[in-house]
Design a protein around this ligand. Structure first.
Ligand SMILES: [Zn+2]
Length: 96
């Protein structure tokens, strides 16, 4: 993952957290995409960013376009949970 500030690759993980994206209902059921994203350190002294969060292409676009992107990256596929139906509502209820 490259730092958006300086473009240098970083592999040193600072922390992980879950992002949830509520998506359009599929077949009348609500859908939530859960993805574990990483915050990484940037070790470049000249870079103004100390840490940055990895970006995931397609995270905020429609589910139908998002899924093919996940096939592109096995690493991300393993960290994604897609919830359907009432469990999707539960996922958001937990955050409130
Ligand atoms: Zn940097």
């Amino acid at each position: 993952m490259s730092c958006p500030g300086c473009g240098v690759e970083s592999v040193r993980v600072h922390s992980r957290y879950q992002r949830r994206v509520k998506d359009c209902a599929v077949g009348g059921q609500p859908v939530v995409v859960e993805l574990t994203v990483r915050r990484l350190f940037c070790d470049q002294d000249s870079c103004p960013r100390r840490t940055f969060v990895e970006q995931v292409d397609g995270l905020t676009v429609r589910y139908g376009r998002y899924t093919p992107g996940l096939r592109f990256s096995q690493d991300f596929r393993e960290r994604v949970t897609i919830r359907h139906g009432s469990s999707a509502d539960d996922a958001f209820a937990e955050e409130r």
